[in-house]
Design a protein around this ligand. Structure first.
Ligand SMILES: NC(=O)c1ccc[n+]([C@@H]2O[C@H](COP(=O)([O-])OP(=O)(O)OC[C@H]3O[C@@H](n4cnc5c(N)ncnc54)[C@H](OP(=O)(O)O)[C@@H]3O)[C@@H](O)[C@H]2O)c1
Length: 223
């Protein structure tokens, strides 16, 4: 019964045919077209994923400007980016996310262990943040908070193995959307599912060939 109040969660990833999340060239255009198809209220993202994305796409971190300290007021149909960052790994970097035109604004989830200087950094820049958990972020509490405070119904999580597998292991994921790329990564594979701790049963609900060589599979997770 309780789970009914939690938002619907879709994990969306681009992977090689041997299940790797990294070490191959991703078709970002297709990846984001599919992400947009879900029209999520929130994109839930791990701090490692954000950090890696900044390393890949920003040559230099731009200087903060006055407008980086202000809340964004973009279209209501855009998703919030909700980022879990209890250690303050993204201190000094968050304006690169806030500036992204397809992000409504950034919300940060932290814990009671989060350094005070990171909380001050967030306050000074008017980021909404929430303390949900003692050491790590308590994912169930976080999902309930997003549902109650922001009326979030659909969350797309385009993140790495760590957060994706935590959500799967704790039973919060409704669908898995996989954009399969025609490549084998082999030894350097960073396998998408290798922290899963029990067999998960799935039902295939979508199978589409894109640009003749990519396959988009969507699976429903059987509860
Ligand atoms: N191919 C794709 O579609 C795709 C998509 C996204 C990312 N990636 C790749 O994936 C890699 C990054 O992924 P990753 O697996 O390192 O990490 P990740 O999915 O970014 O997850 C790390 C997140 O999990 C949180 N976390 C860790 N333990 C937790 C716990 N016990 N309870 C609650 N939250 C917890 C961390 O929070 P704290 O910060 O608070 O510790 C952090 O926010 C990058 O190389 C990126 O390029 C690929």
């Amino acid at each position: 019964m309780e789970k009914d109040t939690l938002p619907k969660i879709i994990i969306h990833n681009s992977i090689s045919i041997d299940g790797s999340l990294t070490n191959f060239e991703q078709n970002m255009s297709l990846h984001y077209q599919i992400a947009g198809y879900y029209k999520p209220d929130v994109q839930l993202i791990g701090s490692n994923t954000i950090k890696k994305g900044i390393e890949l796409y920003e040559d230099d971190i731009p200087r903060e400007e006055k407008k980086d300290f202000e809340k964004q007021d973009r279209s209501k149909i855009l998703p919030y980016w909700v980022i879990i960052d209890t250690h303050g790994k993204l201190k000094g970097l968050l304006h690169t996310c806030r500036r992204f035109e397809f992000c409504k604004d950034v919300i940060i989830l932290v814990s009671e262990k989060t350094p005070k200087n990171y909380l001050n950094y967030l306050k000074e820049r008017n980021y909404e943040y929430h303390i949900v958990g003692k050491d790590n972020v308590n994912l169930k509490k976080a999902l309930k908070l997003l549902s109650a405070k922001y009326k979030i119904k659909t969350i797309l999580t385009d993140t790495g193995r760590i957060l994706g597998n935590l959500l799967l292991n704790q039973g919060f994921v409704n669908e898995i959307s996989l954009l399969i790329h025609p490549v084998i990564v082999g030894k350097k594979s960073y396998n998408m599912f290798s922290y899963i701790n029990k067999n998960l049963k799935l039902k295939l609900i979508k199978k589409v060939t894109l640009e003749n060589e990519y396959i988009w599979f969507v699976y429903k997770v059987k509860k």
